[in-house]
Design a protein around this ligand. Structure first.
Ligand code: HMG
Ligand code: MG
Length: 303
């Protein structure tokens, strides 16, 4: 089997993980979550979202979060920026990587960002240009790459089509996202293999929600297709407010356990990540959704 020696984890817990929480999570908690994840070795963190607070109230304190965190110069702090206003907010607050986010399905594009795929690309054009001028990294996320909560099946061609358009905007990295966690391994292998025919594999990331429990298998399938960047969320927190029923991202703890067990480096500390996962789950009053996290906490308690 041909797997990478090193994988880059993009920790999305503070953004994807928390954005769907109904009760407002205190800014101090969000700041502490980011700081603790850095302490655990996360190389890249989605720390905030400069989106409309009418659309996603939980992310309304993006500025305060960015201002509150202790900055580690080795860490990439990323934030979602759907339009120029979002980009300006991100740049004013020292974000290192901005994320434009579109979809492979028309229906999801409309529900999530209130415009068609073609309109979104036009909107992103200026965001991308200004991000490049400002010298920050530009990442593009493609939702519903394996299925859509509104339209159902999504063709590989539509994923490739928006991937090309995102690449033409100058994206440094492209995330292929399973928003509702429906993908299975062969489908993932096929999509990732085709995407890497148009985007160098070092610049493609897998973003898997774990709704159907397939995310680890999908990470393995992606690695077999040459991918070595994966998004995960501590304690498996998360979901998208515009994808009803979709649960969290694959838990960072579960990904670390699998990768470290396979001898693949991540630079992250599993024990520390497990502690963070339980801490944030307790604070927001959710069951820890990481199997590895629960197992390791239970083992500690019995020893
Ligand atoms: P719109 O309503 O078409 O745009 O929303 P608008 O320009 O008419 O703005 C509406 C209001 O929001 C206005 O306020 C704007 O000023 C304000 P009002 O005049 O009514 O008082 N506004 C903003 N405020 C702060 N920051 C901004 C901003 N922009 C406008 N940047 C818009 C269009 C894109 C803004 C909206 O649809 C939006 O914010 N959507 C974000 C949805 C979102 O964040 N979804 C979750 C993240 S994506 C995700 O989770 C998927 C991912 O994880 C991958 C996967 O799993 O698939 C990445
Ligand atoms: Mg997501």
């Amino acid at each position: 089997m041909d797997f990478p020696k090193k994988v880059t984890i993009v920790e999305v817990g503070p953004r994807d993980g928390l954005q769907n929480e109904k009760e407002f999570v205190a800014t101090d908690t969000k700041v502490e979550l980011v700081n603790r994840l850095v302490e655990a070795g996360a190389p890249k963190i989605e720390a905030a979202s400069f989106v409309s607070p009418k659309w996603v109230p939980q992310m309304a304190d993006a500025t305060e979060v960015m201002q509150g965190i202790e900055r580690n110069p080795k860490v990439v702090y990323a934030a979602l920026t759907p339009n120029i206003r979002g980009l300006e907010g991100a740049l004013a607050n020292g974000v290192n990587e901005v994320v434009i986010f579109g979809a492979a399905s028309e229906a999801f594009s409309q529900k999530n960002i209130n415009c068609s795929i073609a309109e979104s690309i036009e909107r992103f054009r200026d965001v991308a240009r200004l991000a490049k001028e400002a010298g920050v990294l530009l990442r593009a996320s493609i939702s519903t790459s394996f299925g859509c909560p509104y339209q159902g099946e999504v063709s590989v061609e539509s994923v490739l089509d928006i991937t090309k358009r995102m690449q033409d905007l100058g994206s440094d990295e492209i995330d292929i996202a399973d928003t509702i966690g429906v993908a299975t391994a062969a489908h993932v292998y096929e999509v990732m293999s085709k995407v890497t025919e148009i985007v160098p594999k070092e610049r493609v990331a897998g973003h898997f929600h774990d709704t159907y429990g397939q995310a680890l298998a999908n990470i393995l399938a992606s690695m077999q297709a040459g991918i070595s960047i994966f998004h995960s969320s501590v304690a498996g927190l998360g979901g998208c407010p515009y994808a009803k029923g979709a649960t969290g991202n694959v838990a960072t703890e579960d990904v670390l356990y699998m990768l470290h067990g396979m001898g693949i480096e991540t630079g992250m500390d599993l024990d520390k990540t497990v502690q963070i996962g339980q801490w944030i789950s307790d604070i927001i009053g959710r069951q820890n959704a990481s199997s590895v996290g629960r197992a390791m906490i239970a083992k500690c308690a019995t020893n």
